[in-house]
Design a protein around this ligand. Sequence first.
Ligand code: F6P
Length: 339
Amino acid sequence: MRVGILTGGGDCPGLNAAIRAVVKRGTAEHGMSIVGFRNGWEGVINGDAVPLTRDDVSGILVHGGTMLGTARCHPHKVEGGLDAVHQTFEDEKLDALICIGGDGTLKAASKVHKSGVPVIGIPKTIDNDVVGTDSSIGFDTAVSIATEAIDRLHSTAESHNRVMVVELMGRHCGWIAVTAGIAGGADIILAPESPFDIEAIGKKIRHRHRYKNFSIVAVAEGAIPAEGSDWDADDTLDSKGNPIAGQVGAQVTRAIERVTGFPTRLTTLGYVQRGGVPTAADRLLATRFGVAAIDAAAGKEFGTFTALRGERIEMLEFSEMAGKTKYVPEELLRTAWGL
Ligand code: F6P
Protein backbone atom coordinates (compact mmCIF):
# COMPACT_ATOMS: atom_id res chain seq x y z
CA MET A 1 0.00 0.00 0.00
CA ARG A 2 1.27 3.54 -0.84
CA VAL A 3 0.08 6.32 1.45
CA GLY A 4 0.51 10.08 0.98
CA ILE A 5 0.74 12.51 3.91
CA LEU A 6 0.43 16.29 4.18
CA THR A 7 0.31 18.99 6.85
CA GLY A 8 -2.01 21.95 6.12
CA GLY A 9 -3.03 25.22 7.80
CA GLY A 10 -0.96 26.99 10.47
CA ASP A 11 2.05 25.16 11.87
CA CYS A 12 2.06 23.92 15.47
CA PRO A 13 4.20 21.81 17.79
CA GLY A 14 3.60 18.06 17.38
CA LEU A 15 3.21 17.90 13.59
CA ASN A 16 6.58 16.19 13.15
CA ALA A 17 5.73 13.70 15.91
CA ALA A 18 2.60 12.72 13.96
CA ILE A 19 4.48 12.41 10.63
CA ARG A 20 7.12 10.26 12.36
CA ALA A 21 4.48 7.94 13.83
CA VAL A 22 2.74 7.50 10.46
CA VAL A 23 6.02 6.68 8.68
CA LYS A 24 7.42 4.36 11.37
CA ARG A 25 4.18 2.44 11.94
CA GLY A 26 3.27 2.37 8.25
CA THR A 27 6.62 0.95 7.14
CA ALA A 28 7.31 -1.39 10.08
CA GLU A 29 3.86 -2.77 10.88
CA HIS A 30 2.09 -2.61 7.51
CA GLY A 31 4.98 -2.75 4.99
CA MET A 32 3.70 0.46 3.35
CA SER A 33 5.55 3.11 1.33
CA ILE A 34 4.90 6.66 2.58
CA VAL A 35 5.05 9.75 0.36
CA GLY A 36 5.13 13.26 1.84
CA PHE A 37 3.61 16.29 0.06
CA ARG A 38 5.28 19.66 0.53
CA ASN A 39 3.28 22.67 1.73
CA GLY A 40 -0.10 21.06 2.36
CA TRP A 41 -2.70 20.76 -0.40
CA GLU A 42 -0.50 22.99 -2.60
CA GLY A 43 1.98 20.09 -2.85
CA VAL A 44 -0.74 17.62 -3.81
CA ILE A 45 -2.10 19.98 -6.47
CA ASN A 46 1.40 20.54 -7.89
CA GLY A 47 2.58 16.93 -7.48
CA ASP A 48 5.36 18.09 -5.14
CA ALA A 49 6.07 14.75 -3.47
CA VAL A 50 8.99 13.27 -1.55
CA PRO A 51 9.41 9.64 -0.38
CA LEU A 52 9.62 9.33 3.42
CA THR A 53 11.66 6.57 5.07
CA ARG A 54 12.32 5.75 8.73
CA ASP A 55 15.68 7.49 8.41
CA ASP A 56 14.00 10.68 7.15
CA VAL A 57 11.82 10.96 10.26
CA SER A 58 14.43 9.88 12.78
CA GLY A 59 15.03 12.59 15.41
CA ILE A 60 12.13 14.87 14.46
CA LEU A 61 9.89 13.97 17.43
CA VAL A 62 10.92 17.04 19.43
CA HIS A 63 11.12 19.55 16.58
CA GLY A 64 8.46 22.27 16.23
CA GLY A 65 6.88 23.19 12.88
CA THR A 66 6.56 20.61 10.11
CA MET A 67 9.33 18.97 8.07
CA LEU A 68 6.89 18.91 5.11
CA GLY A 69 6.05 22.62 5.18
CA THR A 70 2.47 23.87 5.23
CA ALA A 71 0.15 26.36 3.52
CA ARG A 72 -3.40 27.66 3.83
CA CYS A 73 -4.65 26.20 0.55
CA HIS A 74 -7.87 24.26 -0.10
CA PRO A 75 -8.18 22.32 -3.41
CA HIS A 76 -11.92 22.99 -3.78
CA LYS A 77 -11.19 26.75 -3.68
CA VAL A 78 -8.50 26.58 -6.40
CA GLU A 79 -9.55 26.39 -10.05
CA GLY A 80 -8.97 22.83 -11.22
CA GLY A 81 -7.73 21.96 -7.72
CA LEU A 82 -9.77 18.81 -7.22
CA ASP A 83 -8.85 17.44 -10.65
CA ALA A 84 -5.18 18.11 -9.91
CA VAL A 85 -5.47 16.19 -6.62
CA HIS A 86 -6.97 13.21 -8.48
CA GLN A 87 -4.18 13.40 -11.10
CA THR A 88 -1.42 13.41 -8.45
CA PHE A 89 -3.13 10.55 -6.62
CA GLU A 90 -2.98 8.54 -9.85
CA ASP A 91 0.56 9.62 -10.83
CA GLU A 92 1.92 8.71 -7.41
CA LYS A 93 -0.04 5.41 -7.45
CA LEU A 94 -1.44 6.17 -4.00
CA ASP A 95 -3.98 4.07 -2.10
CA ALA A 96 -4.72 6.63 0.62
CA LEU A 97 -3.96 10.17 1.77
CA ILE A 98 -3.49 11.25 5.40
CA CYS A 99 -4.19 14.96 6.04
CA ILE A 100 -2.97 16.56 9.25
CA GLY A 101 -4.74 19.88 9.74
CA GLY A 102 -7.16 22.14 11.55
CA ASP A 103 -10.82 22.66 10.72
CA GLY A 104 -10.03 24.25 7.30
CA THR A 105 -7.73 21.43 6.16
CA LEU A 106 -10.07 18.74 7.50
CA LYS A 107 -13.11 20.31 5.81
CA ALA A 108 -11.08 20.30 2.58
CA ALA A 109 -10.14 16.67 3.31
CA SER A 110 -13.82 15.84 3.66
CA LYS A 111 -14.59 17.44 0.27
CA VAL A 112 -11.67 15.65 -1.40
CA HIS A 113 -12.89 12.37 0.11
CA LYS A 114 -16.41 13.01 -1.21
CA SER A 115 -14.90 13.55 -4.67
CA GLY A 116 -13.59 9.97 -4.58
CA VAL A 117 -10.13 10.09 -2.96
CA PRO A 118 -9.64 7.78 0.07
CA VAL A 119 -8.70 10.24 2.84
CA ILE A 120 -8.03 10.03 6.59
CA GLY A 121 -7.65 13.11 8.82
CA ILE A 122 -5.62 13.95 11.93
CA PRO A 123 -6.73 17.09 13.84
CA LYS A 124 -4.08 19.63 14.81
CA THR A 125 -4.70 23.19 15.93
CA ILE A 126 -3.60 25.36 18.82
CA ASP A 127 -7.17 26.77 18.73
CA ASN A 128 -8.65 23.42 19.93
CA ASP A 129 -11.82 24.14 17.96
CA VAL A 130 -12.22 20.82 16.07
CA VAL A 131 -15.50 19.16 17.05
CA GLY A 132 -15.49 15.50 18.11
CA THR A 133 -12.04 15.31 19.68
CA ASP A 134 -11.23 16.27 23.28
CA SER A 135 -7.97 17.84 22.10
CA SER A 136 -5.97 18.53 18.94
CA ILE A 137 -2.21 18.39 18.35
CA GLY A 138 -0.56 21.67 19.41
CA PHE A 139 -3.14 22.90 21.89
CA ASP A 140 -1.39 21.63 25.03
CA THR A 141 1.92 23.24 24.01
CA ALA A 142 0.24 26.56 23.19
CA VAL A 143 -1.47 26.59 26.61
CA SER A 144 1.84 25.83 28.34
CA ILE A 145 3.60 28.67 26.51
CA ALA A 146 0.73 31.10 27.22
CA THR A 147 0.67 30.10 30.90
CA GLU A 148 4.40 30.69 31.21
CA ALA A 149 3.96 34.10 29.55
CA ILE A 150 1.28 35.04 32.12
CA ASP A 151 3.58 33.86 34.95
CA ARG A 152 6.34 36.08 33.60
CA LEU A 153 4.09 39.10 33.10
CA HIS A 154 3.34 39.04 36.84
CA SER A 155 6.88 40.36 37.48
CA THR A 156 6.43 43.65 35.63
CA ALA A 157 2.78 43.96 36.70
CA GLU A 158 3.74 43.79 40.40
CA SER A 159 6.93 45.83 40.13
CA HIS A 160 5.34 48.68 38.16
CA ASN A 161 1.79 48.66 39.62
CA ARG A 162 0.33 48.02 36.19
CA VAL A 163 -2.53 46.30 34.47
CA MET A 164 -0.98 43.85 32.03
CA VAL A 165 -3.12 42.71 29.10
CA VAL A 166 -1.96 39.63 27.18
CA GLU A 167 -3.64 38.81 23.87
CA LEU A 168 -3.72 35.11 23.03
CA MET A 169 -4.56 33.30 19.79
CA GLY A 170 -7.58 31.07 19.21
CA ARG A 171 -9.43 32.62 16.27
CA HIS A 172 -13.17 32.57 17.13
CA CYS A 173 -12.73 30.46 20.27
CA GLY A 174 -11.29 31.27 23.67
CA TRP A 175 -9.69 27.90 24.53
CA ILE A 176 -6.13 29.21 24.96
CA ALA A 177 -7.16 32.40 26.81
CA VAL A 178 -9.53 30.56 29.16
CA THR A 179 -7.31 27.58 30.00
CA ALA A 180 -4.00 29.50 30.20
CA GLY A 181 -5.82 32.34 31.98
CA ILE A 182 -7.05 29.93 34.66
CA ALA A 183 -3.68 28.12 34.90
CA GLY A 184 -1.77 31.42 35.08
CA GLY A 185 -4.14 33.02 37.59
CA ALA A 186 -5.26 35.88 35.32
CA ASP A 187 -7.66 38.25 37.12
CA ILE A 188 -9.84 38.88 34.07
CA ILE A 189 -10.32 36.43 31.18
CA LEU A 190 -12.08 37.52 27.97
CA ALA A 191 -13.26 34.96 25.41
CA PRO A 192 -15.39 35.24 22.24
CA GLU A 193 -17.91 32.81 23.76
CA SER A 194 -19.12 35.57 26.09
CA PRO A 195 -19.15 39.24 24.96
CA PHE A 196 -17.53 41.47 27.62
CA ASP A 197 -18.65 44.73 29.23
CA ILE A 198 -15.71 47.12 29.63
CA GLU A 199 -17.43 49.08 32.45
CA ALA A 200 -17.84 45.86 34.48
CA ILE A 201 -14.18 44.99 33.84
CA GLY A 202 -13.13 48.48 34.96
CA LYS A 203 -15.19 48.10 38.16
CA LYS A 204 -13.60 44.72 38.93
CA ILE A 205 -10.07 46.06 38.38
CA ARG A 206 -10.70 49.21 40.50
CA HIS A 207 -12.07 47.02 43.29
CA ARG A 208 -9.06 44.69 43.12
CA HIS A 209 -6.61 47.59 43.22
CA ARG A 210 -7.92 48.60 46.67
CA TYR A 211 -5.90 45.69 48.08
CA LYS A 212 -3.58 44.68 45.18
CA ASN A 213 -1.40 46.91 43.04
CA PHE A 214 -1.70 45.07 39.74
CA SER A 215 -4.00 43.02 37.49
CA ILE A 216 -3.47 40.53 34.68
CA VAL A 217 -6.00 40.38 31.83
CA ALA A 218 -5.95 37.39 29.40
CA VAL A 219 -7.83 38.30 26.24
CA ALA A 220 -8.57 36.01 23.31
CA GLU A 221 -7.81 37.61 19.92
CA GLY A 222 -11.45 36.94 18.95
CA ALA A 223 -13.02 38.42 22.11
CA ILE A 224 -16.10 40.53 21.40
CA PRO A 225 -17.37 43.62 23.25
CA ALA A 226 -20.98 43.59 24.45
CA GLU A 227 -23.50 45.52 22.40
CA GLY A 228 -23.40 49.26 23.04
CA SER A 229 -19.58 49.39 23.43
CA ASP A 230 -17.87 52.38 21.89
CA TRP A 231 -15.78 50.25 19.52
CA ASP A 232 -16.87 48.06 16.73
CA ALA A 233 -15.81 44.38 16.80
CA ASP A 234 -15.68 44.44 12.97
CA ASP A 235 -12.67 46.82 13.13
CA THR A 236 -10.66 43.97 14.59
CA LEU A 237 -11.38 41.48 11.78
CA ASP A 238 -9.76 40.98 8.38
CA SER A 239 -11.63 40.65 5.06
CA LYS A 240 -12.32 36.94 5.77
CA GLY A 241 -13.80 37.74 9.19
CA ASN A 242 -10.77 36.41 11.12
CA PRO A 243 -9.16 38.33 14.01
CA ILE A 244 -6.24 40.63 13.14
CA ALA A 245 -3.45 39.95 15.66
CA GLY A 246 -3.09 42.66 18.30
CA GLN A 247 -6.30 44.54 17.44
CA VAL A 248 -8.59 43.30 20.21
CA GLY A 249 -5.73 43.47 22.72
CA ALA A 250 -5.02 47.09 21.76
CA GLN A 251 -8.69 48.09 22.04
CA VAL A 252 -9.08 46.37 25.41
CA THR A 253 -5.84 47.93 26.72
CA ARG A 254 -6.93 51.47 25.75
CA ALA A 255 -10.42 50.93 27.17
CA ILE A 256 -9.12 49.60 30.52
CA GLU A 257 -6.73 52.53 30.92
CA ARG A 258 -9.59 54.92 30.12
CA VAL A 259 -12.10 53.42 32.58
CA THR A 260 -9.65 52.70 35.43
CA GLY A 261 -6.98 55.39 35.07
CA PHE A 262 -4.33 52.72 35.85
CA PRO A 263 -1.27 52.38 33.58
CA THR A 264 -2.11 49.49 31.25
CA ARG A 265 0.22 47.67 28.84
CA LEU A 266 -0.34 45.12 26.09
CA THR A 267 1.65 42.00 25.19
CA THR A 268 0.55 40.23 22.00
CA LEU A 269 1.97 36.73 22.30
CA GLY A 270 1.42 35.86 18.61
CA TYR A 271 3.30 33.09 16.86
CA VAL A 272 5.40 32.29 19.93
CA GLN A 273 2.37 30.18 20.95
CA ARG A 274 2.80 28.02 17.84
CA GLY A 275 6.54 27.53 17.96
CA GLY A 276 9.20 25.33 19.48
CA VAL A 277 9.35 22.02 21.25
CA PRO A 278 6.03 20.17 21.79
CA THR A 279 5.04 19.20 25.34
CA ALA A 280 5.06 15.53 26.34
CA ALA A 281 1.24 15.53 26.09
CA ASP A 282 1.37 16.79 22.49
CA ARG A 283 4.09 14.30 21.51
CA LEU A 284 1.98 11.51 22.97
CA LEU A 285 -1.27 12.66 21.32
CA ALA A 286 0.46 13.17 17.95
CA THR A 287 2.03 9.72 18.12
CA ARG A 288 -1.28 8.06 19.08
CA PHE A 289 -3.10 9.93 16.28
CA GLY A 290 -0.39 8.96 13.76
CA VAL A 291 -0.60 5.28 14.69
CA ALA A 292 -4.42 5.29 14.65
CA ALA A 293 -4.52 7.05 11.27
CA ILE A 294 -2.14 4.67 9.51
CA ASP A 295 -3.89 1.64 11.08
CA ALA A 296 -7.18 3.07 9.78
CA ALA A 297 -5.63 3.42 6.32
CA ALA A 298 -4.56 -0.24 6.46
CA GLY A 299 -8.14 -1.15 7.44
CA LYS A 300 -9.57 1.09 4.66
CA GLU A 301 -11.59 3.18 7.14
CA PHE A 302 -11.64 6.16 4.78
CA GLY A 303 -13.57 9.40 5.27
CA THR A 304 -12.67 9.42 8.97
CA PHE A 305 -10.44 11.38 11.37
CA THR A 306 -8.69 10.47 14.61
CA ALA A 307 -10.34 11.73 17.80
CA LEU A 308 -9.37 11.65 21.46
CA ARG A 309 -12.47 10.57 23.42
CA GLY A 310 -11.63 10.34 27.11
CA GLU A 311 -8.91 7.68 27.37
CA ARG A 312 -9.42 6.29 23.89
CA ILE A 313 -8.53 7.20 20.31
CA GLU A 314 -11.50 6.62 17.99
CA MET A 315 -12.10 7.13 14.28
CA LEU A 316 -15.01 9.50 13.54
CA GLU A 317 -16.70 10.31 10.22
CA PHE A 318 -15.75 13.71 8.69
CA SER A 319 -19.43 14.67 8.87
CA GLU A 320 -19.06 14.86 12.69
CA MET A 321 -16.79 17.91 12.42
CA ALA A 322 -17.28 19.55 9.01
CA GLY A 323 -18.98 22.95 9.26
CA LYS A 324 -18.95 22.92 13.09
CA THR A 325 -16.88 24.70 15.75
CA LYS A 326 -16.02 23.45 19.25
CA TYR A 327 -16.52 26.39 21.61
CA VAL A 328 -15.41 26.65 25.25
CA PRO A 329 -18.19 25.10 27.38
CA GLU A 330 -20.16 27.06 29.95
CA GLU A 331 -18.59 25.23 32.91
CA LEU A 332 -15.06 26.28 31.93
CA LEU A 333 -16.18 29.87 31.32
CA ARG A 334 -17.81 29.97 34.77
CA THR A 335 -14.58 28.67 36.30
CA ALA A 336 -12.61 31.41 34.53
CA TRP A 337 -14.89 34.15 35.88
CA GLY A 338 -15.70 32.75 39.29
CA LEU A 339 -12.38 33.19 41.13
O1 F6P B 1 -5.42 28.60 13.62
C1 F6P B 1 -4.23 28.85 14.28
C2 F6P B 1 -3.95 30.32 14.35
O2 F6P B 1 -2.70 30.50 14.98
C3 F6P B 1 -5.03 31.18 14.99
O3 F6P B 1 -4.99 31.12 16.39
C4 F6P B 1 -4.71 32.53 14.42
O4 F6P B 1 -5.85 33.37 14.41
C5 F6P B 1 -4.31 32.19 13.01
O5 F6P B 1 -3.84 30.86 13.04
C6 F6P B 1 -3.21 33.06 12.43
O6 F6P B 1 -3.10 32.74 11.08
P1 F6P B 1 -1.83 33.00 10.16
O7 F6P B 1 -0.85 31.92 10.44
O8 F6P B 1 -2.37 32.87 8.79
O9 F6P B 1 -1.31 34.35 10.51
